[in-house]
Ligand binder design. Sequence first.
Ligand code: 5GP
Length: 117
Amino acid sequence: MYDNDNIFAKIIKGQIPCKKVYEDDDVLFFEDINPASKIHVLGVPKVKCVDFSDFVNNNNKDIVDNFFKKINVVIEKLGIKDSGYRIISNSGSDGGQEVPHFHVHILGGEKMGSKIK
Ligand code: 5GP
């Protein structure tokens, strides 16, 4: 069940400010408030979706395709396409998801550790 009052829903609606990196009618990318690396950007589709599976299973392929292509646009805009980056999406309790609106983390700007846990 989607929580209309989750933090990212409020950010999408403009009720909570954020440092925007890229926005259009369908997606929003903004800086993480507590960055884990020099560059740490969060990306959300604007449709209501709790996690990765909810997003992929319950939206048409244009919406899904567009979101993943926009991640690539943002990677280029951030200037980290050639230096490298890490994309993470946490889902559910075991995945450590804190905010129940599907999102990806884009991390870069420095060398990532070899472990992801
Ligand atoms: P999760 O653990 O759900 O994958 O990641 C949630 C992320 O949202 C965390 O990295 C956290 O720092 C970030 N975050 C939580 N609240 C806010 C907020 O109000 N603004 C921004 N920009 N990021 C937030």
